[in-house]
Design a protein around this ligand. Structure first.
Ligand code: GLP
Length: 262
């Protein structure tokens, strides 16, 4: 692990598979040992191999440990599309059921997400934030990075104090996520409920995962720019316990920004 001049911990892995193993080990350690607060989870293509590696690692544990992990599990996802039922294949609830909740045989109430079908999405955002706060707030928060610098669905411009809320999605984000809707950008919902930067920055530990060459440009901006609403992920720079896990493809043009990368 290296320390970036901004004070972040940087873990540079050879490829996406190595990233997934590393992050899965962090999540496993969290759910076995740091149980005072819920785990914060993310969706997206970056997380598919992460959850794959986590499921494999859990199944390799002694049965008693697996049982303990199942009993102790409580996670809150970052976000959900407005208007999608949990059974809709494009919903984040379906993503979590497919990649984590069913493979690990967790209860539905152990893997929480905002309710996409709530009749009042604004009120649902408040209910979700209250539920999270009642459960102790976030311990470790797992994060991916959007192509426009969003975390969760905190689209630019976004202040650091933005709370959990319902908001409109940008065309960049809807295009980025169209693959989960058969490539049809018009099928991607126009609104979502997301935890805000306020809840994310209040987490004890942040784990930001960035993989693949397509993210090299936005990662370079994140490593070099000052915090600003135009790049929502840049607010993470002010967090006292941030680890950034990247692969060489995402690192791409950042080699000269931090010479301690190997
Ligand atoms: C999505 C999600 C984020 C995710 C990010 C990256 O829109 N709301 O939580 O981390 O964008 O997605 P991907 O991993 O598919 O690139």
């Amino acid at each position: 692990m290296n320390t970036h001049p901004k004070g972040w911990n940087l873990v540079a892995c050879a490829d996406g598979a190595a990233v997934a193993e590393h992050v899965a080990a962090c999540l496993l350690r969290d759910r076995l040992h740091w149980l005072d607060q819920p785990l914060g989870l993310a969706t997206g293509r970056t997380m598919e191999p992460v959850y794959g590696a986590l499921v494999k690692a859990v199944h390799a544990l002694p049965v008693a440990e697996q049982h303990r992990l199942r009993q102790q599990w409580l996670s809150f996802n970052l976000d959900e599309y407005v208007g999608l039922a949990p059974g809709d294949a494009g919903s984040f609830a379906a993503f979590m059921a497919r990649h984590l909740q069913r493979p690990l045989a967790l209860g539905m109430d152990q893997v929480r997400l905002p309710a996409g079908l709530a009749s009042d999405p604004g009120a649902e955002a408040q209910r979700y934030a209250t539920d999270l706060a009642r459960c102790g707030g976030l311990g470790l928060q797992l994060l991916g990075l959007g192509l426009n610098g969003h975390v969760g669905f905190n689209e630019p411009p976004c202040p650091a104090a933005a709370p959990c809320r319902c908001l409109g999605l940008s065309s960049t984000t809807r295009e980025q996520n169209a693959a989960a809707f058969g490539g049809d950008v018009r099928a991607v919902p126009e609104r979502a409920i997301t935890l805000g930067l306020a809840e994310i920055l209040a987490a004890k530990r942040l784990l930001l995962v960035v993989t693949g060459a397509a993210k090299a440009g936005i990662l370079a901006r994140l490593l070099s720019e000052q915090p600003s609403p135009e790049l929502p992920a840049s607010w993470l720079q002010g967090h006292p316990n941030l680890t950034l896990v990247v692969d060489q493809a995402a690192l791409g043009e950042c080699g000269d920004i931090d010479p301690c990368f190997s």
